[in-house]
Design a binder for this molecule. Structure first.
Ligand SMILES: C[S@@+](CC[C@H](N)C(=O)[O-])C[C@H]1O[C@@H](n2cnc3c(N)ncnc32)[C@H](O)[C@@H]1O
Length: 270
């Protein structure tokens, strides 16, 4: 896969046309907190280096690559996963084609397919092999307020019998920032990724032009052609007081270390 032949058409082929396809997350009108303020771009010429590039300097993590022009040769390199990741963008001086700090903005990888797999309902599989560290896709949807999540959750549960609303908690010093993503009626192929207690993918929060957090899925091991893509939805399995499952849906991931129930972040809906 070369760096700039990535398109959404491949994924769109398998998309349920009754839903609105959103290639990347965006904020609902009621929120509009992130998109107003654009980051200052870096002043690098052609190539970005960690010591001099403003964007890489802000990041806790960066990409490594064998061949700069080949997207598949990019992998995520963890240095400090507590810090957010910032990609270079249109405000930067570096060359879009040669900059090694642009990956998520090139779109989801090719060969992802939505299939009816098992009792989990629809699932996302890959029809090509994926190397550990490669980018898979964003879990894209509309970023909504907590009040909206609270109202929508029971309505969706009744209508679809499933939950697609996902909550990210980011720690900045003493403060925890909560972002709620709703891909239920407006999202991308990420909404079909199921939970596993022993997942083959991990989540990273990545920012590109502004503070809007993008929930990005990366392979955490080599994944074979035909395998289902899955990530861990979270750690909240049992209520700390009652020891009852916070979400009574039985997990059917089939892993030896399966925690029996799907994780659920109640704090999105309080
Ligand atoms: C984000 S959606 C994933 C796509 C979904 N399977 C579909 O058919 O559209 C999350 C929902 O999928 C189902 N699900 C995901 N992972 C599961 C698992 N490990 N065990 C059982 N159900 C699962 C649950 O119904 C959950 O609310």
């Amino acid at each position: 896969m070369s760096r700039f032949d990535c398109s959404f058409d491949d994924c769109y082929d398998h998309w349920d046309k009754t839903l609105e396809y959103l290639p990347e997350s965006s904020e609902c009108l009621e929120l509009k907190t992130y998109e107003y303020y654009e980051f200052e771009g870096c002043f690098c010429t052609i190539k970005c280096l960690p010591d001099t590039c403003l964007c890489l300097g802000r990041s806790g993590t960066h990409y490594t690559f064998k061949e700069q022009q080949i997207l598949d040769s990019y992998s995520i390199c963890e240095t400090d996963i507590r810090k957010p990741i910032y990609e270079c963008n249109d405000n930067c001086g570096c060359s879009g084609k040669l900059c090694g700090n642009r990956l998520v903005q090139c779109g989801p990888r090719k060969g992802l397919k939505i299939v009816e797999y098992d009792v989990k309902g629809l699932s996302l599989i890959t029809t090509t092999s994926i190397s550990a560290g490669n980018f898979v896709c964003e879990y894209a949807g509309v970023i909504i307020t907590r009040d909206m999540a609270k109202k929508r959750y029971p309505l969706y549960k009744e209508k679809y019998g499933k939950n697609y609303i996902f909550c990210i908690n980011e720690q900045f010093g003493e403060d925890t920032y909560k972002t709620i993503i709703d891909p239920t009626e407006c999202g991308n192929i990420g909404r079909y990724i199921n939970h596993s207690c022993g997942p083959n993918c991990s989540l990273y929060v990545i920012r590109i032009r502004n503070g809007l957090p993008k929930l990005c899925i990366f392979a955490n091991e080599d994944i074979s052609d035909g395998d289902e893509i899955c990530f861990n939805y979270g750690d909240n399995i049992l209520n700390v007081d009652t020891k009852e499952p916070v979400n009574p849906i039985h997990c059917v991931c089939g892993k030896l270390n399966c925690k029996k129930y799907l994780p659920f972040d109640c704090s999105c809906f309080d």
